[in-house]
Design a protein around this ligand. Structure first.
Ligand code: 3HC
Length: 314
């Protein structure tokens, strides 16, 4: 009997054949990709705000240039991902509206305030570190445009993580006040960084299907565990302690055991009640409105160009 379209599709996935925009795909596959890629893009764009807050207050030109470059990269990642998302047949304006009206999520981590200069280093080390852990497997995602976008994004994320860690290494060799600022920052960002990987697998409505479709190559818990294992040694080099009394090497498992995440806090932030949720969206809406003239000018110019072209062809 002829294999159904779904069966043929799943065979392609099982044989690691990339799915491209013009290929047939189950509506649910398309929808979950739009959901994940658009929220990923929103995270990149909103993620510019916490760090943008410190560009004018960087302690020297070298730090300012690195931070400027990083924030600019995040904008590029967002635009890259919106373009990948549009290949699934959704308009950019609709995606932006979903963010501004709260219909779409973005990573919870960006709803926390950046209170000290050390936060710029901790974000690079932990937030971009977690992003890299989660994004490298996405370079092998079954959907072609998303996987290809991730290759360049991951290369730039490595610079983000490196510059953050180096900033913290400098503080770790500084004055007692700088060491204290470093430790206080890590205390605030450690647990929210673990939340970036999403709920435990048992509580994740999407992971099983995303694994079957090879959108995800590892589960939330697997990536979170790898991240914890990697950070413990890095924290030792910085001379900081991670704020988890249950963190302990488990010889049998070959991994670090760690404490329970505060899932009430996680869902509270995801539902819009984090310290900065309202401020982040208001800032995004205002920036979008203030940029209307740029979009109008660009489309007027594009229209003029196409009129010129059609006249010259006629
Ligand atoms: N913040 C906000 N929402 C979250 C979340 C988080 N940290 N973790 C999970 N969620 C949401 C999911 O979006 C989903 O809600 P939805 O159905 O309304 O979309 C729900 O909680 C259940 O979570 P699942 O784990 O079942 O959902 P996913 O299978 O989509 O997994 C994910 C969540 C691991 C974040 C996955 O979507 C993913 O890998 N996304 C791509 C990477 C990404 O978006 N990273 C965010 C940070 S980007 C970044 O840090 C940029 C860097 O430059 C700093």
């Amino acid at each position: 009997m002829e294999a159904s379209m779904e069966q043929k599709f799943q065979e392609k996935i099982d044989n690691d054949i990339r799915i491209e925009p013009k290929d047939w795909m189950p509506e649910k596959y398309r929808k979950t990709l739009i959901r994940q890629i658009s929220q990923h893009a929103h995270s990149e764009i909103v993620g510019m705000l916490p760090e943008g807050n410190w560009i004018t207050r960087a302690p020297n030109l070298r730090r300012k240039v690195a931070l400027l470059a990083k924030v600019q990269d995040e904008a590029g990642h967002g635009l890259y991902l919106y373009s990948a998302c549009e290949t699934l047949g959704i308009e950019r304006t609709e995606l932006i509206d979903q963010l501004h009206t709260g219909k779409a999520k973005y990573s919870s981590i960006f709803n926390y305030p950046t209170l000290t200069w050390a936060d710029m280093g901790t974000i690079g080390w932990l937030v971009d570190g977690a992003a890299i852990m989660n994004q490298v497997p996405l370079c092998r995602c079954s959907y072609g445009p998303y996987a290809r976008a991730m290759v360049r994004v991951c290369k730039e994320e490595s610079f983000h993580q490196r510059q953050g860690y180096e900033l913290l290494l400098t503080l770790s060799k500084g004055t007692p006040e700088q060491k204290e600022m470093l430790q206080e920052s890590v205390n605030r960002w450690w647990w929210p960084a673990l939340m970036m990987f999403g709920p435990n697998d048992a509580d994740s409505p999407h992971t099983a299907q995303s694994m079957a479709w090879k959108i995800k190559r590892f589960t939330n818990d697997e990536l979170r565990q790898r991240f914890v294992d990697m950070c413990v040694e890095q924290a030792e080099i910085l001379g900081v302690s991670l704020p988890d009394p249950d963190l302990k090497w488990n010889e049998e498992r070959g991994h670090y055991d760690f404490g329970e995440i505060n899932w009430d806090e996680f869902w509270n932030v995801v539902r819009g009640n984090g310290p900065c949720n309202k401020d982040r969206i208001n800032t995004r809406v205002k920036a979008h409105e203030n940029g209307q003239w740029v979009r109008d000018a660009a489309s007027a110019y594009a229209k003029k160009q196409s009129e010129k072209k059609s006249v010259s062809v006629a």
